[in-house]
Ligand binder design. Structure first.
Ligand code: SF4
Ligand code: SF4
Length: 115
């Protein structure tokens, strides 16, 4: 039985798998990872909270003083919050290593710098 050319090619090529975490993958452009909030840009309009389909965002406090809470365990990384924000105050970064054994660390309260 003759071996298929594709099979022969695969047998002689390097595996595509990486020995993670010792070998780091190249993060693809546009990956939607950890949420970052810029309190300097935020005006506390609440549009991000309203538009989040997963109820993963919450505001505590009033208007410009309000602080954002991100419930990462609910987040589906759709980036709707970043899309909706009129002030570009939310960004989904390339940080993807968010797994944890401590559930409480998945609720992240972003503090405003004291003035
Ligand atoms: S990325 Fe999507 S699910 Fe996550 S906080 Fe933003 S709007 Fe909500
Ligand atoms: S939509 Fe943007 S400006 Fe409005 S509350 Fe959210 S982060 Fe702040």
């Amino acid at each position: 039985m003759a071996l298929e050319p594709e099979l022969l090619k695969s047998l002689s090529s390097k595996p595509v798998t990486l020995v993670y975490p010792f070998e780091r993958p190249e993060v693809p452009k546009g990956l939607r990872g950890e949420l970052k909030w810029d309190p300097e840009r935020c005006v506390g309009c609440g549009i991000c909270v309203r538009d989040c389909p997963a109820f993963a965002l919450e505001f505590v406090g009033e208007k410009e003083e309000a602080e954002l809470i991100w419930h990462a365990e609910r987040c589906i990384f759709c980036a709707q919050c970043a899309e909706s924000c009129p002030r570009d105050a939310i960004e989904l970064t390339q940080e993807f290593e968010l797994s944890t054994t401590n559930y409480s660390t998945l609720t992240i309260r972003f503090a405003r710098p004291k003035k």
